[in-house]
Design a binder for this molecule. Structure first.
Ligand code: ATP
Ligand code: LTN
Length: 335
């Protein structure tokens, strides 16, 4: 099982706000299974984060179960890693409060995700949306994680978690590990297929902008065919060609080919051929995930067994850290 003294610890989470996109997969989740061989890994479906944006309760429940099944379908093995649902482990809420009292209003005001999401949902700029990064810090610090695999968009939140950990340690004495980000070199920021200046996001209202990892092969191929590119008609990686560069990085990740060999492969060919090749490669790559998801989601009893055991193991690790934090801030022992 997971708690081995000599291994470094990893923590990461994903929100159950909808089916994972190719961005979530390439930027984060596809790495999680590979890491579990060398690290002590803890992965969570962060439903408490999801309610910072209004959710339909029945849909959230369904999305949470689906996200848990997707996590396993993407390669997280509940026998090798701890895989659980955030709201099942009370340490997250407890640690959240302790850390909120070591976080400044000013630093939360500078978070770009807060600015973006409050612009997107001007009628519901709730306190949870504002303190979202504190809960994320609580997730990570409650397990004393060394490393946090994330996409590039979460780097600012991780910086904040590091600052909170250091500040708490300076104020109350050493407790928290200061976590390092683990951001992939290629694919850390998969862009929208319709607006390559914008990141691909689960909650995009345009379904053509996004590849969902459960999309059927013909849907995947059609979406890539419609992807926005440019008028140069040469497949090459360049800052001024964000659409083609985005497709190249996706193709590179799913085929293992580097940019030079991709440029050679499509030398003299048009964008039509290239887009079709990307679509087919992605559809093939995702097929085992789709098949495994179909098998798992039909077995609710197995999923329940896994997330119940996962929550118990997560609690066993995190409650000790919460107890130490309570003592350090001066709370009287309850037992
Ligand atoms: P939402 O649209 O609901 O805000 P999201 O698609 O941004 O969700 P999260 O659950 O917030 O997804 O993110 C889960 C993980 O996926 C994080 O590590 C995040 O950095 C990564 N990620 C999200 N979008 C991308 C992307 N376009 N490219 C690479 N990584 C991404
Ligand atoms: N905020 C992250 C999801 C998340 C997370 C975490 C990631 C919540 N808690 C802890 C890494 C570690 C996001 O992707 N939006």
């Amino acid at each position: 099982m997971s708690e081995q003294e000599n291994k470094k610890r990893i923590f990461s989470g994903i929100q159950p706000t909808g089916t994972f996109t190719l961005g979530n997969y390439i930027g984060a989740v596809s790495h999680w299974g590979k890491l579990q061989e060398d690290y002590d890994c803890i992965y969570s479906i962060v439903d408490m984060h999801a309610i910072t944006v209004r959710q339909d309760p029945a849909k959230l429940r369904q999305h949470t179960l689906e996200a848990y099944a997707l996590l396993l379908a993407c390669g997280v093995d509940p026998k090798k890693s701890i895989a659980f649902i955030q709201s099942h482990v009370k340490s997250h809420a407890e640690m959240n409060w302790i850390l909120a009292c070591s976080t400044q209003f000013g630093e939360l005001s500078r978070m770009t995700q807060f600015k973006d999401k409050s612009q997107k949902h001007p009628d519901d700029v709730n306190a949870g949306l504002f303190t979202y990064p504190v809960l994320m810090a609580a997730d990570i610090l409650a397990y004393k994680a060394d490393l946090v695999p994330i996409g590039a968009d979460q780097k600012q939140h991780l910086e904040l978690a590091r600052n909170i950990a250091q500040r708490f340690n300076n104020k109350y004495g050493e407790l928290f590990t200061v976590p390092e980000p683990y951001i992939p070199k290629v694919g850390a920021r998969v862009m929208s297929l319709q607006d390559p200046e914008k990141k691909m996001s689960k909650s995009d209202e345009n379904p053509n902008a996004c590849i969902y990892i459960l999309d059927e092969p013909d849907v995947i191929i059609r979406k890539f065919k419609r992807a926005v590119t440019d008028s140069e008609a040469i497949v090459r990686y360049a800052d001024e060609k964000p659409g083609i560069s985005n497709l190249m990085s996706i193709y590179s990740v799913v085929t293992g080919k580097d940019y030079e060999s991709i440029e050679r492969e499509f030398d003299g060919k048009g964008y039509g051929d290239f887009k079709l090749a990307v679509g087919e490669a992605v559809a093939d790559h995702l097929k085992p995930v789709r098949d495994e998801f179909a098998r798992l989601i039909a077995d609710k009893a197995y999923l329940k067994e896994c997330y119940t055991a996962g929550a118990q193991m997560a609690l066993n690790v995190s409650r000790k850290v919460v107890a130490k934090a309570y003592r350090k801030v001066g709370f009287v022992d309850s037992m």
